[in-house]
Design a binder for this molecule. Structure first.
Ligand code: ACO
Length: 370
């Protein structure tokens, strides 16, 4: 019996603090009109001091699990796609695993910049279709405000913070994730990069003085690349999922720049109202942009059960990709799961485990031999 991978839960977490174009014009030499006409962005959200990539991811994940009516202990795998992880290691996904009490899940981060959510969804779908996993949590989460150079007007105007999560579940019912396209071109790696802090340029006083811990971007080249691949990837996934243009109900593109989406619509000969666009409110939230836009499309009634939707994105790497879905919604006939209560229990459990580790360390000593 064939197994299909369905998206059965979704959730988003957006910081409360709003930074408008006008606010940014007080920081760098720019203005609201320039940002709006060149990008379509009007404002973005900025994480508070207590919010991090993992905390936003955790909140989005809990909402998605509640929507899917899925107990965290039933999750087999957590994939967090991010370019602004909590640390180089451990993986942000492991922090989420601990926070939500996903006691039976594997967890890892995926780095494919703004295309990451599409890559991660495809990985989840493949694992489910192979029969090895039943329930996967896929999260896109970013606090780009922490890695942007607030003195560089070429980049700081573009990015925002946020997170979105999907629950992917196995079912014999046909539909769900139909097919995907994943592409990369590492020869363009230097066009969009955070060069410092890794093995090539470890953090030193000099690397910090040279601003290597910030995002560096050649905006014009990234723009040219994006306009080329968005339509191409959309057409490729329509072909691999055997969907005709008239059968597509909605396209949810990566929310980087209004002009890039306009150009994709023109190249595809599709009206702009086929595209979900919410970047004016959030800016470019990188790998969170597609799940956040999906949550809002559902809220606005633009995406319903049975609809055919295409996700398409591009980003650093260079990477790009697309994914076609026959939209499902939550599976029926399950008792309600109280994930919020459970997450409180998970925090207590985490505390007890840390405490136990400390006590054991004191009892057994350094060598574990007492
Ligand atoms: N305010 C005012 N003027 C500005 C600003 C600003 N914030 N930024 C640049 N300018 C100036 C430039 O200095 C330049 O002046 P010059 O002509 O005197 O040299 C002029 O405006 C035009 O600059 P361009 O770079 O040609 O502007 P462009 O129309 O290309 O828009 C932008 C720039 C918005 C960055 C655009 O290139 C873009 O959106 N590129 C794609 C970026 C992107 O999507 N990145 C994310 C990828 S996803 C991921 O992986 C994270």
């Amino acid at each position: 019996m064939a197994v299909y991978a369905h998206i059965t839960g979704w959730g988003m977490s957006i910081p409360e603090k709003i930074l408008t174009n006008h606010d940014i014009s007080q920081i760098v030499d720019t203005n609201d009109e320039w940002i709006r006409t060149r990008t379509g962005i009007e404002q973005r959200r900025i994480a508070s001091n207590t919010q991090t990539t993992a905390s936003l991811a955790t909140e989005a994940a809990l909402k998605a699990l509640r929507m899917a009516n899925l107990h965290p202990s039933k999750v087999d795998l957590i994939i967090v796609s991010t370019s602004s992880p909590e640390h180089i290691f451990p993986a942000t996904a492991c922090i989420v695993q601990d926070q939500i009490g996903a006691v039976n899940a594997g967890a890892f981060d995926l780095s494919a910049a703004c295309t990451g959510f599409i890559y991660a969804l495809n990985m989840a779908a493949q694992a489910i279709r192979s029969g090895s996993l039943q329930n996967v949590l896929v999260i896109g989460s970013e606090t780009l405000s922490r890695i942007v150079n607030w003195e560089d007007r070429n980049t700081c105007i573009l990015f925002g913070d946020g997170a979105g999560a999907f629950v992917i579940q196995a079912s014999e019912r046909p539909g769900g994730i139909l097919s995907a396209v994943m592409r990369s071109d590492g020869s363009g790696g230097e066009l969009l990069t955070l060069p410092g802090g890794g093995s090539k340029y470890p953090t030193t006083r000099e690397s910090i003085t040279n601003g290597m811990h910030y995002i560096h971007m050649n905006g014009r080249e990234v723009f040219r690349f994006a306009t080329r691949v968005m339509a191409q990837a959309t057409e490729e996934v329509m072909e691999s999922s055997h969907l005709r243009k008239e059968e597509i109900d909605l396209i949810i593109p990566h929310q980087a720049n209004y002009r890039i989406i306009e150009s994709a619509a023109r190249n595809l000969k599709l009206p702009l109202n086929k595209f979900m666009i919410n970047l004016s409110k959030y800016g470019n939230t990188s790998t969170a942009s597609i799940p956040v836009a999906t949550c809002e499309a559902i809220q606005e009634g633009r995406l319903k059960e049975g609809d055919n939707v295409i996700f398409v994105g591009f980003g650093a790497g260079l990477t790009w990709g697309s994914l076609a879905v026959n939209w499902t919604g939550p599976f029926e006939t399950k008792p309600e799961v109280h994930v919020w209560n459970y997450s409180n229990w998970a925090r207590t459990r985490s505390f007890v485990r840390r405490l136990r580790r400390r006590i054991e360390g004191m009892i057994w000593g350094r060598n574990g031999d007492g």
